[in-house]
Design a protein around this ligand. Sequence first.
Ligand code: ZN
Ligand code: ZN
Length: 293
Amino acid sequence: MIRDRRILTRALALAFAAILLTSAAAWSAPRAKHVFVVSLDGAGPPYLKQSNMPNVFGFVRDGAHSYHARTTIPSVTLISHASMITGVGPEKHGVKWNSHSPEKGVVSVPTMFSEAKKSKLSTAMFSSKSKFAHFYIPGSLDCMVIPSGDPATAAEMTATHIRRFKANLYLIHFGEPDAVGHGHGWGSPEQKASLARCDEAIGVIIKAIRDARIAGESVIIITADHGGHDKTHGGLSDRDMEIPWIAWGAGVKKGFEITNAVTTYDTAATALWLLDVPIPNEWDGKPVTSAFN
Ligand SMILES: [Zn+2]
Ligand SMILES: [Zn+2]
């Protein structure tokens, strides 16, 4: 009888320990195993909203969004993307140029990729502008591809990588809307057509995420580096400075409008927070926690 009670006590203790272990595992699990940051170059919210983008509008409907997130000063591609991936403003990341200038080397502060590597996560960047080579800190990216041409080609290359490697952290950059904006004007029919092509490309990426069976543990963030006006950008007006910030996926609130201020360097902080990677103290960016349950 006493022996039975001892066995029972031991069994209860084991069961209790198992429950503790299970809850500890649940506590330390990352909010997402895969984060996809998709940057539509020059996609200011007024123009994005007027374009045929069923996939992006689906993310707005089923996810969380702000059409009033803001980019860096100046609102130009390389400086803004540097903030998007380093979690700090231009005065800290030091990328003050906007061209591919190999003599300037690579960004001198950590990126979301180099931080993710410290946690042994896999990383990939697909960018349609060669100047993004300035973001290639050796060892920080398992894959860096600069696909030239249209969004469809870039999306196919990205989709192949997703199906095969399922990296933890992606930056996928489509440059075409900016090039078309400089040629035909921001908000021109040509630029809206380009944004529609980007939306189709996003559809290809979503399909790859579903094919890889990782949709339930993925978060996609759709954003931009700047807006624009006439045939240019780089100024301080809302047209140039405001960017979309749309999140969809695991743990994202549904149909939620983000009302707190979001700056482009919050993207890197959000990506690390989702992946359970420590955010460096010196970062200006904070995770957009309001967008998540
Ligand atoms: Zn740009
Ligand atoms: Zn531009």
